[in-house]
Design a protein around this ligand. Structure first.
Ligand code: PEP
Ligand code: MN
Length: 248
């Protein structure tokens, strides 16, 4: 594979769905299974995730299919659970990009981290937030869309960010076209655009039956779309001048 793919549900909802997803993704050459467990929902009345049961499902299913795991941590008091279950990469969500005490603590927890850009942050603020994580063995920077004057899309994917981050940081840059558009029909196109702009990998919300997804259903692609996304991004990556090294 020429690029890194982190695919899976916004939030893990059932073992059966997760196994179907992992099995299909493994066949595509995807390296990382993502899945929300403790969710940061805008409304306290929205589905908050399966919590520790989600961590167990994610790590067990991923190990069955020899995939690495990525899931968001929202609260330091859960860190021991993430370590106990053996999560490979911790995601720091966009809403926590400004939570400097959390960044500092996670920076020294010993695990690779994926930091999402806050949807209102400047690129300079994003890189400064990432420097709180300097002690971490690896930090992925994830562009996930920003708020603009446009209201047609949930967020506006900032393609400039991909090119700028590649030029101004040594970190691997991951594009999240799911949150970056909010609509599944645009996810593959914007993923391809991010690869063309130099992204090292793609994170995309994937579910065997997106309409049943308990969070972010509108922006979640199905398994066939996941296959098209990977094949399109790999095709584009193959004609780009330089391929970055790949490892998790
Ligand atoms: C997510 O990845 O499901 C998520 C909540 O992302 P963000 O923090 O970018 O909104
Ligand atoms: Mn989501």
């Amino acid at each position: 594979m020429k690029r890194l793919y982190m695919l899976g549900p916004c939030s893990i909802d059932s073992e059966q769905h997760l196994i179907a997803t992992a099995s299909h993704l493994k066949g595509l050459g995807v390296q990382v299974l993502r899945g929300g467990t403790y969710k940061m929902r805008t409304s306290p009345d929205s589905w908050q995730g399966l919590g520790e049961e989600g961590l167990r499902l994610l790590t067990e299913v991923a190990s069955e299919f020899k995939l690495s795991t990525l899931t968001e941590i929202t609260d330091l008091k859960h860190l021991d659970l993430y370590l106990k279950h053996g999560v490979d990469i911790l995601q720091i969500g966009s809403r926590n990009m400004y939570n400097y005490p959390l960044l500092r603590e996670l920076g020294s927890c010993g695990l690779p981290l994926l930091l999402k850009r806050h949807f209102a942050s400047s690129l300079d603020e994003f890189l400064l937030a990432a420097s709180y994580l300097d002690a971490a063995p690896r930090v992925f920077l994830c562009e996930r869309g920003i708020r603009s004057h446009d209201t047609r899309f949930r967020f506006t994917f900032d393609i400039n960010a991909i090119a700028w981050l590649k030029k101004n940081s040594q970190r691997q840059v991951i594009a999240d076209p799911s949150h970056g558009t909010g609509e599944r029909d645009y996810v593959i196109q914007i993923a391809g655009a991010a690869i063309a702009a130099g992204a090292d990998g793609i994170m995309a919300e994937t579910h065997p039956m997106p309409e049943l997804a308990r969070s972010d259903a509108r922006q979640t692609i199905d398994l066939n779309q996941a296959a098209r996304l990977v094949s399109w991004c790999e095709t584009l990556a193959a004609v780009l001048p330089e391929s970055p090294p790949l490892s998790v």
